[in-house]
Ligand binder design. Structure first.
Ligand code: GSH
Length: 223
């Protein structure tokens, strides 16, 4: 897949949403130019490309911008149809989208609250996060990936769980995951991390730790 496709990704090195887009492009072998954005001092490029939310990632395909990582994943899958990410059957497709949205609303949000805050807010986030993780554990049910033998849309959407979540757990001194409680999810995280394309496309863990420690103290001093 050559450069004639003119694909650019505007993102921020620590963004788990941005990595989704990069993983999908890499898994499909689509070459792209990466443009790093400073989300704390937003460029005129970002403001022009995403005036609605002013967030990364943005995918630029032939100069046309697209935002929202889950929609970008679908666009990538429909544009470069080899190595499909979403299952072909409408029902399975709908389920993949459902679980992706569920994990975003219930686990990602709870993990962020558990990392940044304390007291009752943290405790109820921990409860929601753990209950929701159990639902994912039931859903994967011993498969190598949520997509079966290969990484698919849902794996990419949930990919932050194997790398960002342990960092957030360390920064916020909490635990969602655990090999005894969620053995299938923990096995999945290892499969994901061992995938050659994924493991070569991750931010350095120590920098991620440093970054989220900093974010946590910034947020707690403003709340
Ligand atoms: N729902 C969006 C979330 C994107 C998002 O939150 N991006 C963060 C970086 S991880 C951002 O750009 N933050 C800048 C801001 O909130 O001003 C997606 O899936 O693409």
């Amino acid at each position: 897949m050559g450069r004639e496709e003119d694909v650019k990704v505007v993102s921020f090195w620590a963004s788990l949403f941005g990595r989704r887009v990069e993983w999908a492009l890499k898994l499909k072998g689509v070459e792209y130019e990466y443009i790093e954005e400073d989300i704390f001092n937003k460029s005129s490029l970002l403001l022009k490309l995403n005036p609605v939310h002013k967030k990364v990632p943005v995918l630029l395909h032939h100069h046309k911008p697209l935002i929202e990582s889950s929609l970008i994943l679908e666009y990538i899958d429909e544009t470069w149809i080899h190595c499909p990410l979403l299952p072909p059957q409408p029902y399975q497709k709908a389920l993949a989208r459902f679980w992706s949205q569920f994990a975003e609303e219930k686990i990602l949000e709870s993990a962020w609250i558990a990392m940044c805050f304390s007291g009752d807010e943290k405790e109820s986030a921990l409860q929601v996060g753990r209950e929701s993780m159990q639902k994912l554990e039931d859903e994967i049910g011993g498969k190598k990936f949520f997509g079966g033998d290969n990484i698919g849309y849902l794996d990419i959407a949930l990919g932050w769980i194997f790398y960002w979540l342990p960092v957030w757990e360390q920064v916020g001194s909490f635990q969602f995951l655990g090999p005894l409680k969620f053995p299938d999810i923990v096995a999945w995280t290892a499969n994901f991390l061992n995938h050659p394309i994924i493991k070569d496309s991750l931010p350095p863990r120590d920098e991620l730790l440093f970054y989220y420690h900093h974010r946590r103290s910034q947020l707690s001093s403003t709340s």
